[in-house]
Design a protein around this ligand. Sequence first.
Ligand code: G6P
Length: 461
Amino acid sequence: MASTYGAAQVLVASNRGPVSYAVGEDGSLNAKRGGGGLVSGLSAIGSDADALWVCSALSDGDREAVRRGVGEDGVRMLDIPADVHADAYNGIANSVLWFVHHMLYQTPLEPVFDAEFRRQWASYETYNRAFAEALAEEAAQGAAVVVQDYHLTLVPGMLRELRPDLRIGHFSHTPWAPPEYFRMLPDDVAGQVLRGMLGADRLGFLTQRWADAFAACAERFAGGSGHAGRGARAGADADFLRKRSHEPDVEERMAALREEIGEGRRTIVRVDRTELSKNIVRGLLAYRRLLETHAEWRERVVHVAFAYPSRQDLAVYRDYMAEVERLADEINAEYGTPGWTPVLLHLKDDFARSLAAYRLADVALVNPIRDGMNLVAKEVPVVSDAGCALVLSREAGAYEELGEDAITVNPYDVTATAVALHEALSMRPEERAERSKRLAAAATALPPAQWFVDQLEALRG
Ligand code: G6P
């Protein structure tokens, strides 16, 4: 047990923190602050002086900041050795655990739990222990700690042993795999993950479906279901989005996009991190099918697809990105004409351009294989100028809230997705605007930080 307690009353632990550093050419460190629900959640809970965010150093700049002792109040970055972090983050979290919860494995190649996996698993344990120890050191007597996501499943159990006085929560932003899929993990590893999480006083998930799946796994493989519940569902930040999407840089990008799209054409918009669960390839196949079966849309529609790089250290993510690019080129070669490019694919992350596309969207395509929530589905209706129709996968967490006014699809069914796209494009403008309004209302029913505030209240209560 820690001999002296720290000062923080509220602690958050996550792999990715609220700030990152880059080393400038002159050797200076430039900080870049992130936004998002957690950042606003933390500021919503009051006195920042008592709050601490523990995260990993992710870039060379971050590691340099730790070495130089540069940092922000309320943030502690852990300089975990780069190879340990790579094993834990790339190897275990974003390969194995991400793939299990999103059910992405494809036999006969994967998964293979071999010696390499065991080495990576040991790093995952080391990485989780570094978080548990830092939290144990920083937390005041009886403090509340909220641990985030699949990177840190062992932390609640480890921290409980070090500091039985703490109130510990864990929140998952991903789906949770059903028992029949989860059990493909080696038995000891599955048990460690579940018991690690059950070390928390309270477990939060974005939907009841994911909470139930966790409880089923815990009952079958760890002999207890814990206090798993649905957290308040994450909302879209309407005020921020509406204001930000009318700033000059967004207007500029709208003009450029309009030029690229061409006069009088409908737009089907998608914006994703390029990552296998997002199902971008089947989205493109559905769009190709639409052009094939509904010749009337040729020249009259453009698919604006923003597929931003994600987790590019991993070959499987890079290959997926290449496949997206190849297919978009193929569709353009097959159907394009001198005055019309059917697919406008952009691969470089640009938030202002994403907002510009949201504003221009007639149809938003959100078709993940599985998704914890999916915020794009919530953001587009809030921002779209004329109202957009939403084609939404029934496997996204957002389906629970938006299913009624969206056109919902089975993400594996390319034919049905093509039909849904046609239906969305053909929707009368008045109906589209009405549905879009209801979607926006549902998406913003809760303040964006509510899920986090609720987690804390439940822990303290
Ligand atoms: C998901 C996870 C987050 C993660 C994000 C981006 O939303 O739930 O924990 O931060 O993806 O992934 P990255 O690997 O870039 O942090």
